[in-house]
Design a protein around this ligand. Sequence first.
Ligand code: PGA
Ligand code: ZN
Length: 399
Amino acid sequence: MKILDIRIREREDSRGAPTIVVFVTTKGGAGEASIPSGKSTGMREAKTLAPKDAVNAGAQIAAALAGHDFSNNRALDKTLIALDGTPLKKNLGGNVMLGVSLAFARVRAAAEGKALWEILRAEYFPDLAATPIPRIFANLVNGGVHAKSNLSLQEYLVVAKPYLSVSDVIAGLKKLYAILGKMLAEKFPSASVGIGDEGGYVADFRDDREPLEILTKLLRVSHSDDSWFLGLDAAASTFFKNGSYRLGNETLTAAELATRYASYAKTVPLLKTIEDPFAEDSLDDFAAFQKAHPELRLIGDDLTVSNAAAITAATARGAIKGVIVKPNQAGTVTETCDAITAATAHGLDVIVSHRSGETPDPFLVHFAKAGNVYGVKIGAPIAHRLPRYEELVRIYDTC
Ligand code: PGA
Ligand code: ZN
């Protein structure tokens, strides 16, 4: 498919911050992609260019690629990676490169009359057949840098297992979210409960343990078994200062923080997963904790930055049992799919994830379906988080 033009326009994300839409025109048709952005970003993830620089990078890519024919995404992405020439995509930007790569995949899908996930499946996961519905990691209480509150931990997630259809599981989550809202409104004086970046509730809880206790009560009412459980995303790099962790008013060593997580898990047996429990350079602490607590599943995000080599290195140390994959951390369609393939080969639970600054573009659900992943992390079932919920229904529920 011959590239004719690439254009980039600025748009707002769900936080009101500037982000980009990328348009790719080819001889066989046009496609576009809107790119989200993170706030608790990993040090080693692909760099995001500000819209003005992104427009220039887009023009640079257009000049280099116009007239060139690419038969698949791997060929295009290889060229983009060579053109950028840096490990963290500093020149062309991970946001620009992913936008071009994704928009091109969409052109191919449209030309073949296929869904985006089918194009990705055919190119990157040709041996997969079934399409099991992924678990939904729904972030119902927001803290850390995604909220103005006293919580240091960033996300309190309900991990919902599908029953028969996606619609069923979403209806269950929406009910849970509404009941939680009522519980919090009763518990906290009026107007002191807010909504965070990912749609979860924000309040000044007693401490970082309290939301886990409240969510346990909530789940015990609706789910008597453990099919729905709880997860945390500590995003610990955001409260790691000068060698220690600032949890609320406390200053903790890594060992003390590990003891705290273990105590959460003891008093809150529904807590099964913890994402980024330690700072992004603390592979040893991840490995020691995962070894000592095989009953908990540690998940890498800032630690592994959706990079196949980093995922392999973390797995070799026994540091994680699951991994977050964010397409804009990787920076191209190919690298995202390669990260999913590597993680799956290592037996990790793969969770494809949104960013805290989102757009209505629901592309990540297509990566999830193409790669048959374990879960999708898509925030609370409200407002600007809904496009990805709706896309799940669209591409998984057949009636
Ligand atoms: P971010 O946070 O999108 O703000 O980086 C999401 C996460 O840490 O999982
Ligand atoms: Zn995270």
